[in-house]
Design a binder for this molecule. Structure first.
Ligand code: BDP
Length: 671
């Protein structure tokens, strides 16, 4: 179905000129290469050409082919100069079109690029394209569990597991691989970072044969497979009494284990590790630190070129709310920064984009870039855990763009996150971007059909963080809802306004949380206020916000370089949208916008709700031009979003009206 096919619709080409042009090109196609990836190229072209042109690809081995697809080394030509291993060129002079990758993977990406152009109805007669990914790692983390559930999944169950087993029919996994590689994703971990009992056995003979099958599906599309592991495996599934990373028997246990895994999966990527975080075991139990823990695994993986991806989401999740002396925002930096220089070269630290946890608005994590001698990559969340559960519309690319373009000043002006994670500021051996997936076994993969844009956009942005949010949205729209300009403009407007709208009716001015505990959808203003997670808003009758300044607060601002440090620390220069993340202020404090904090809260929450009504109106205009399935899916979601926005509006406004006793200047009804 159209929903299922996401951005690989391959709609029939109606434009006669283009149709003739494409038909001619695909009458003689030559593949120079022989690998699983080239098999995928062949298959994808056959699907695409059949659907777009109702024609069979004319395969040929002769020199007069109209399209030639090659890996430069197979064709005995020099690698395309100035391009990295995953790069490619597409050159066309009207008679012949050549796609040359610097690897099989490069060739595959080149093919998907060509198919994208055709789906976007572009001419392919005169081309001179050179492309390469900016980020070496472009990875997806699945948070899927063996029982078929997906942690923070909002689109059905897992496509990998079902009732305690790996799924037998792997068609969907293969289609997922196609979608991911079409936007350049090159690595995937297939199980939840929280590794519970049975999943610990994934690295044993019980599961490895089937995991190897999954690995080979992904291999065909250029993705390397990773597994999340339980740090306490030597105890849980071995017969050791300790998991102490400095213990000789533990080291040997992991070495044997890793060797066994590589027997099944020769190109296994490595381990993703959540340790000493939210009740998961780790090196702290043995008085060791994160460097000890990750290095031990790194040594086992090193002979096979495997990597340890070690997550930095480490904080005290059992803080007593009465003692608010530790600031969760500080935790990752405080834990990891002192360890710089101690990690093996095949360890990569995985750091969430913000210091807390994927809120609608957070500052950028000061840990990113702060360790010049340690490989790092940034973690984003495509799954809309705190941004509407794929019920509410929230196009996340603009949020990620802000993160990428943030200047850390770590090595003077221009030390942007974009450059840091690309490995252009510090000489990282490995770096890049990783994101928590938003897919499940719903027919449309992502629950909300328009949330497909976030998956698409993550891939495109990981490939090239300089692409504009709008460009990405347009590309996605042209492929997903082909050949209809009205649809394109309407949905584009909806997408581009969606994150600001969501922010309007959510927790105000960067303070975060205020969501229903555990669930993370819908308002519960004090839900996290008296809990142990280190998440506070400190609202009282006089004011609100978290004081993270040097002088009177937690000193978190000190983790930034100048001038960011002073900019955030100083009330006069701290940007409005993050004011309550950094400062505790009276309700009548005047923002740069000229409004008081309390009036800002009222205004944005009334406005946010109205804006959702606006989204509904826009969508309704598309009723006759869209297919019923996708129209109804989004319509139903928008109505739920409206109810959610109303709930947020009314609870937030009432709460702050009661706390502050300050009336709305515009005298609107506050329930
Ligand atoms: C939080 C989620 C939790 C994850 C955790 C993580 O609420 O389910 O396990 O992040 O990233 O956002 O480990």
């Amino acid at each position: 179905t159209k929903m299922y096919n996401m951005w690989l619709q391959y709609d029939s080409i109606n434009n006669q000129t283009l149709r003739e042009q494409y038909t001619e090109f695909f009458s003689k196609v030559r593949l120079i290469g022989n690998s699983e990836i080239f098999d995928s190229i062949k298959e994808e072209l056959e699907i695409a050409v059949d659907k777009m042109l109702q024609q069979k690809v004319g395969w040929t081995a002769s020199d007069d082919a109209k399209i030639v697809i090659a890996n430069s080394s197979d064709w005995n030509i020099k690698a395309v100069e100035g391009l990295n291993e995953e790069g490619y060129t597409i050159v066309s002079n009207g008679n012949q079109l050549k796609i040359i990758g610097n690897s099989d993977r490069g060739a595959l990406y080149g093919v998907f690029h060509l198919l994208r152009m055709m789906q976007m109805q572009e001419s392919i007669t005169t081309l001179s394209i050179k492309e390469q990914p900016t980020n070496p790692f472009r990875m997806i983390n699945q948070w899927d569990n063996l029982d078929g559930s997906v942690e923070r999944g909002y689109s059905g169950n897992s496509i990998f597991y079902e009732n305690g087993k790996i799924v037998e029919d792997k068609t969907r996994i293969k289609d997922y691989a196609r979608f991911l590689s079409s936007v350049g994703i090159n690595a995937i971990s297939i199980n939840n970072v929280n590794v519970w009992e049975e999943e610990t056995y994934f690295i044993t003979k019980k599961y490895l044969p089937e995991i190897a099958e999954i690995a080979s599906i992904f291999r065909g599309y250029g993705l390397q497979l990773y597994l999340s592991i339980n740090f306490a495996s030597p105890i849980a599934i071995g017969d050791l009494e300790t998991a102490d990373p400095l213990d000789g028997s533990v080291k040997n246990w992991w070495k044997d284990k890793v060797r066994e895994i590589y027997d099944f999966i020769p190109d296994f990527g490595g381990f993703v590790v959540k340790a000493d975080s939210e009740h998961r075991p780790g090196p702290f139990s043995y008085d060791r630190d994160h460097a000890d823990g990750s290095n031990m695994l790194a040594e086992a993986l090193e002979p096979f070129d495997g990597k340890v991806i070690w997550r930095c989401f480490v904080y005290n999740c059992l803080q007593d709310w009465r003692d608010r002396s530790t600031d969760r925002a500080r935790a990752a930096y405080d834990h990891f920064k002192p360890l710089d220089g101690r990690f093996h070269s095949n360890v990569i630290l995985q750091i969430k984009n913000g210091p807390m946890d994927f809120q609608v608005r957070e500052p950028v994590s000061p840990l990113i870039g702060a360790m010049s001698e340690t490989n790092q990559m940034m973690e984003l969340q495509i799954a809309q855990e705190y941004t509407g559960h794929q019920i509410d519309l929230c196009y996340l690319i603009p949020q990620w763009k802000e993160v990428f373009s943030f200047d850390t000043y770590i090595q003077g002006e221009g030390s942007t996150i974009e450059k840091i994670v690309a490995g252009q500021i510090h000489p990282y051996r490995h770096s890049g971007v990783v994101a928590v997936s938003n897919i499940g076994n719903d027919e449309n993969w992502t629950g909300h059909t328009l949330a497909q844009a976030n998956l698409y956009g993550f891939g495109r942005l990981a490939w090239n963080p300089s692409l504009e949010s709008e460009t990405i949205a347009k590309e996605w729209l042209k492929q997903t809802f082909p050949q209809n300009n009205d649809v394109e403009q309407t949905i584009l407007d909806m997408l581009m306004s969606s994150w600001p709208i969501y922010e309007n009716y959510n927790a105000p001015l960067g303070v975060g949380w205020m969501v229903t505990t555990h669930l993370h959808y819908g308002p519960s203003i004090d839900g996290y206020e008296y809990s142990r997670w280190g998440t506070y808003h400190f609202a009282d009758r006089d004011g609100m916000g978290v004081d993270r300044t040097k002088e009177t607060g937690t000193g978190y601002t000190e983790q930034y370089e100048e001038p960011n440090r002073s900019m955030y620390n100083n009330l006069d220069t701290c940007p409005d949208e993050l004011l309550l993340f950094f400062h505790h202020v009276p309700y009548k404090h005047t923002l740069k916008s000229g409004k008081t904090v309390i009036q800002h809260i009222y205004d944005t929450h009334f406005e946010g709700y109205e804006q959702v009504l606006g989204l509904q109106k826009k969508w309704d205009q598309l009723e006759r031009v869209l297919d019923e399935e996708r129209f109804n899916n989004v319509k139903e979601r928008l109505e739920r979003q409206r109810l959610n926005a109303r709930e947020w509006r009314d609870q937030i406004n009432t709460y702050f009206y009661r706390k502050s006793g300050i009336a709305d200047e515009k005298n609107r009804t506050i329930y």
